[in-house]
Design a protein around this ligand. Structure first.
Ligand SMILES: *[C@@H]1O[C@H](CO)[C@@H](O)[C@H](O)[C@H]1NC(C)=O
Ligand SMILES: *[C@@H]1O[C@H](CO)[C@@H](O)[C@H](O)[C@H]1NC(C)=O
Ligand SMILES: *[C@@H]1O[C@H](CO)[C@@H](O)[C@H](O)[C@H]1NC(C)=O
Ligand SMILES: *[C@@H]1O[C@H](CO)[C@@H](O)[C@H](O)[C@H]1NC(C)=O
Ligand SMILES: *[C@@H]1O[C@H](CO)[C@@H](O)[C@H](O)[C@H]1NC(C)=O
Ligand SMILES: *[C@@H]1O[C@H](CO)[C@@H](O)[C@H](O)[C@H]1NC(C)=O
Ligand SMILES: *[C@@H]1O[C@H](CO)[C@@H](O)[C@H](O)[C@H]1NC(C)=O
Ligand SMILES: *[C@@H]1O[C@H](CO)[C@@H](O)[C@H](O)[C@H]1NC(C)=O
Length: 477
């Protein structure tokens, strides 16, 4: 939303510039029309891409006059870069990677305040695994109104490309990925690899390596907006933000089948100042997952499910130190999910999770709507360890709806060595989605209190503050 006035201005500038080009150089305009309206012409494939803007004509004020020189196209001058101008075909068959790279490099080197790479509607562009690298000179918008697709499955992945990531934005400051289009990860052939759970012969799981690409990764970047897009069927996580700062995700739709392995919606780690608003995620794993090193995260009006709910963790794997603080999840809906709001840590870790608020969340047929699991373990060695990530100051307020009776509605399994402290419950109403309640709320080494009567009532929280923890066992991060 915040770019639209600027975009309008840019488009006006673009048309004005085109108009001026008609006056100045009729032949150039003709060529431009040919580019825009004959995307199916074979000549386009062989035409050279628009040249880079000359470094001497880069000041924003000079942009319109730059079109008086015969070399840069009007689009370059006005900062609007249609990928087709760089040779992209968008027929769903051709590999358009090089055109996208050229469009990126041109936009990134442009010194205009804002540069828009435009992926037009009605076309499907196939792009191989690519790292789009900054820093860029001005702000950048990747406006996707059409479709961007992965190559179809592992067989089509170029051998020398990373199998862990597809579209990567690296060291970019000030970028918006937006539009009404679709990003399609075509994950099916990855999910069916024999190394995936139960996909081997006769329902076995063959040994890995089993790397599958994250669809969209922002790495070491800041001031990012992702808005309006549909992202579907990623081979692995749909979004991963790591080492980023100031991230705003707004109005996106993520879909993948409920049984697609590891297809987390939005994963963040080592990232702070994050807003995730007004979005819908249904997939085969966590809706949003918050890893180590995240703080100041605000999640609002998210609809999750089917899937595995919203998760902080897993943290502390391989005895690592994890720090997560100031996380809010509010005004959201979680339906038909394996968990609702979850904090999961491995034994043997250190660090802390603190200052987390889950507020006004509606649960619909959720297993484990509220869960802290400090015994998370996927490996064989799940022996008890003496250190743990310290969990404290967690607020659950106004969490209502229904749960699947095969699991307790509330489950606070805290570490033996370091208890959870200051868990606060208020205004909780969780009813069985069908049948009678079988499992009472479960607590293990969990300190806190219910500020109001909850449904079901929780009698298992320990009062007050534990006396037994040696202060130096707690790492406040
Ligand atoms: C391009 O045009 C040719 C002939 O006009 C047609 O046969 C072909 O199907 C078209 N291709 C696409 C991708 O529209
Ligand atoms: C990857 O391989 C393709 C073809 O095998 C080649 O064109 C391309 O330059 C290679 N890319 C890198 C980064 O080595
Ligand atoms: C964030 O990026 C936008 C362009 O996308 C830019 O206008 C703005 O100045 C940037 N803000 C900061 C703090 O870098
Ligand atoms: C799969 O199961 C069938 C029937 O039980 C057996 O004959 C076959 O050898 C098994 N294949 C493998 C790869 O285990
Ligand atoms: C919540 O998000 C949904 C999906 O984007 C949107 O349709 C709805 O208007 C949002 N609600 C509010 C109160 O913003
Ligand atoms: C917590 O994060 C919010 C943003 O989500 C921020 O506005 C607030 O200042 C942070 N609180 C603290 C104590 O840092
Ligand atoms: C670990 O600790 C839990 C809780 O005290 C206990 O139930 C479990 O048996 C222990 N496991 C092992 C392997 O010692
Ligand atoms: C308990 O947690 C709440 C919410 O994070 C916090 O405001 C409060 O200060 C904490 N209480 C204690 C005694 O630490």
């Amino acid at each position: 939303m915040k770019h639209s006035p600027i975009l309008t201005l840019l488009f006006s500038l673009y048309f004005l510039t085109s108009f001026l080009s008609i006056q100045a150089r009729h032949h150039f305009h003709t060529k431009h029309k040919h580019y825009s309206h004959s995307h199916n012409s074979s000549s386009e494939i062989s035409l050279p891409p628009a040249p880079l803007p000359s470094p001497t004509s880069s000041a924003p004020e000079e942009a319109p006059s730059a079109s008086a020189s015969p070399s840069p196209s009007p689009e370059v001058a006005s900062g609007l870069l249609d990928v087709r101008k760089f040779g992209a075909i968008g027929d769903g068959i051709t590999d358009d990677t090089e055109s996208f790279k050229m469009a990126w490099d041109t936009a990134c080197q442009s010194e205009l305040d804002l540069n828009v790479i435009f992926v037009p509607p009605g076309f499907s562009f196939i792009v191989q695994s690519t790292i789009f690298t900054g820093p860029c000179k001005g702000g950048l918008v990747l406006k996707v109104d059409g479709t961007i697709m992965t190559p179809d499955g592992p067989e089509s992945w170029l051998k020398n490309n990373s199998r862990r990531q597809w579209l990567v934005f690296y060291r970019v400051n000030g970028m918006s990925l937006e539009g009404s289009g679709t990003i399609d990860g075509r994950g099916q052939k990855w999910w069916d690899l024999p190394c995936k759970p139960h996909k081997g012969p006769n329902g076995t799981t063959l040994p890995g390596p089993c790397d599958s690409p994250v669809a969209i990764r922002f790495f070491m970047s800041s001031n990012l907006t992702v808005q309006g897009l549909r992202i579907k069927n990623s081979p692995q996580f749909h979004f991963r933000f790591d080492g980023c700062q100031s991230v705003h995700v707004e109005s996106i739709f993520i879909t993948a089948p409920a049984l697609s392995p590891n297809t987390d919606g939005i994963h963040i780690e080592n990232t702070n100042d994050v807003k995730i608003y007004n979005s819908v995620v249904s997939n085969g794993d966590d809706c949003v997952s918050i890893g180590s090193g995240c703080y100041d995260v605000d999640i609002k009006n998210i609809t999750c499910g089917p899937g595995h709910g919203i998760s902080i963790g897993s943290l502390g794997n391989h005895n690592s130190r994890a720090c997560v603080s100031n996380i809010t999840v509010r005004d959201s809906v979680i339906r038909v999910s394996d968990n609702g709001v979850r904090i999961k840590t491995w034994q043997g870790g250190s660090g802390s999770v603190s200052g987390v608020t889950f507020s006004n969340i509606h649960m619909d047929t959720v297993k484990n709507p509220i869960i802290i699991d400090q015994f998370y373990c996927l490996s064989k060695d799940c022996s008890n360890k003496t250190s743990a990530v310290f969990v404290s100051d967690i607020v659950y307020t106004s969490i209502k709806g229904t749960y699947d009776i095969r699991h307790p509605p509330m489950h606070f399994a805290c570490s033996d060595s370091i208890p959870c402290t200051n868990l606060t419950l208020s205004d909780i109403e969780l009813l069985p989605s069908q049948g009678d309640m079988l499992n009472d709320p479960f607590c293990w080494n969990a300190y806190g209190n219910s500020e109001t009567l909850t449904i079901p009532p929780v009698f298992c929280l320990l009062d007050g503050i534990p006396q037994s923890i040696p202060a130096n066992d707690i790492d406040h991060c």
